[in-house]
Design a protein around this ligand. Structure first.
Ligand SMILES: [Zn+2]
Length: 74
């Protein structure tokens, strides 16, 4: 299943003004998702993960992608 980076679309203060802004970003499987922090719908911001995105999102995802890339090149 393809995974994509999603970002919260909320602007301005959220969560009863407890947070100045919501910059939630997370990788999800393709589909409809909502922000776990403020409940706003999440916007898909990538057409598939780039290496740099994956590195930012965690070593576990990075390793997974690297393995795939290596298999493709061999
Ligand atoms: Zn949010």
């Amino acid at each position: 299943m393809a995974q994509f980076l999603y970002r919260c679309t909320a602007e301005g203060a959220v969560n009863n003004n407890l947070k100045a802004s919501c910059d939630f970003e997370m990788v999800f499987e393709e589909g409809s998702h909502h922000c776990p922090i403020c409940g706003q719908e999440l916007l898909r911001v990538s057409d598939g993960l780039t290496i740099s995105e994956i590195l930012r999102l965690g070593q576990q995802l990075a390793n997974k992608h690297k393995t795939k890339a290596q298999q493709k090149n061999e």
